[in-house]
Design a protein around this ligand. Structure first.
Ligand code: SF4
Length: 65
């Protein structure tokens, strides 16, 4: 799994951080998403897919081989 985030598109809602805190964080100053791991291990894949689905800005892109 490969993960990308579109930071300018992020609206700092924080859902991804609640769902997958091992993969996503938020900047202290403005709440914008920070990608912690662009190749997360399998145990986080379900949470990452869920984050991409619920992100209100569609700012998370997941590609899987
Ligand atoms: S769920 Fe989407 S809009 Fe919300 S912080 Fe994460 S990337 Fe940004």
């Amino acid at each position: 799994m490969h993960v990308e985030v579109d930071v300018p598109q992020c609206v700092a809602s924080g859902q991804c951080v609640l769902i997958a805190p091992e993969v996503f964080d938020q900047r202290e100053e403005d709440g914008m998403v920070v990608l912690l791991d662009d190749s997360p291990p399998p145990e986080h894949h379900v949470a990452v897919r869920e984050s991409a689905l619920v992100c209100p800005a569609a700012a998370i892109r997941v590609s899987e081989p």
